[in-house]
Design a protein around this ligand. Structure first.
Ligand SMILES: NC(=O)c1ccc[n+]([C@@H]2O[C@H](COP(=O)([O-])OP(=O)(O)OC[C@H]3O[C@@H](n4cnc5c(N)ncnc54)[C@H](OP(=O)(O)O)[C@@H]3O)[C@@H](O)[C@H]2O)c1
Length: 252
């Protein structure tokens, strides 16, 4: 099967590309680094990249906490992809979203809710697959929310999962054909974002100080509510955060 991975240079996208290749699929990557900018490239370039693809796996992202910015990014990229998929005849659109975001329609999550809405209403057959925060999310927050040696971690109750396992799930979803909605994927154990960053720092010996802050508003209360941990029907990943720290899945 030919699988187009939009965001195939990203945190989870790199794993999707690797896993799909290992499973014998023909893989094409769309990202700015790979020469396709979904905000700027002409339709002809997007169509050429998607030509012959059986499935599009959308693991694009943007770094913003602005609801307006997130909605603009996810709506524009999703609309562009779906329109191109219709033109070139792609028969399955797989979108990666986030467990438990219903009712937390704010900040970055407003963009994900808007993306899900567009995908669910599209003419291209689809599957929306939601995953919990990646183990790699701890490092992403260190990169994005640090002042020198201090990292500000929003109070977040999570059940994190390795991006490598999310990629395996997404490739299986792509292979399975359009299903509307895939089972949620969460990790094997409850955690907090601050706890993850502290253990990441201890493991890597970076001496980072972590300040846990309760963010205000609907976004902050959503993060702290436990909703992101998913429900009893969620599929559980196998690799815990602590085992992941020194694992090959992290190194790759
Ligand atoms: N991080 C988490 O904990 C987590 C948990 C659950 C679900 N998710 C979802 O998983 C998805 C991927 O997240 P991630 O953390 O892997 O993201 P990421 O590491 O930030 O990667 C984002 C990807 O999008 C590409 N991209 C951004 N703007 C683009 C543009 N204009 N045109 C083409 N490509 C563009 C980037 O490549 P270039 O820079 O080369 O363009 C990169 O490959 C997101 O939808 C996110 O909501 C994330």
């Amino acid at each position: 099967m030919r699988i187009a991975v939009c965001g195939g240079t990203g945190t989870v996208g790199r794993h999707v590309v690797r896993v799909a290749g290992e499973r014998g699929h023909d893989v094409v990557v769309l990202s700015r680094a790979a020469g396709v900018d979904l905000a700027r490239s002409p339709d002809a370039a997007v169509d050429a990249a998607l030509a012959g693809a059986d499935v599009v796996v959308d693991v694009l992202s943007t770094t913003t906490l602005s609801a307006k910015g997130a909605v603009a990014f996810f709506e524009a990229s999703t609309r562009r992809l779906l329109a191109a998929e219709e033109r070139v005849g792609v028969r399955h659109h797989v979108a990666l979203s986030i467990v438990g975001i219903d009712g937390i329609d704010a900040s970055y999550y407003a963009g994900k809710v808007a993306q899900e809405r567009l995908v669910a209403a599209a003419r291209v057959p689809h599957t929306i697959a939601r995953a919990a925060q990646f183990h790699e999310f701890a490092g992403q927050i260190v990169a994005r929310a640090s002042l020198g040696p201090v990292t500000l971690a929003p109070r977040t109750l999570t059940r994190p999962v390795a991006a490598a396992e999310v990629a395996e799930h997404l490739v299986a979803v792509a292979e399975g054909g359009p299903a509307g909605r895939a089972p949620d994927l969460v990790g094997p154990a409850d955690d907090t974002l601050a706890g993850m960053i502290r253990r990441l720092s201890a493991h890597d010996g970076t001496g980072r100080r972590v300040l846990e802050v309760r963010l205000p508003g609907r976004y902050g209360s959503g993060l702290a509510s436990g909703a992101l941990r998913g429900g009893p029907d969620a599929v559980r990943g196998r690799l815990s955060f602590d085992d992941w720290l020194g694992s090959a899945a992290r190194a790759s």
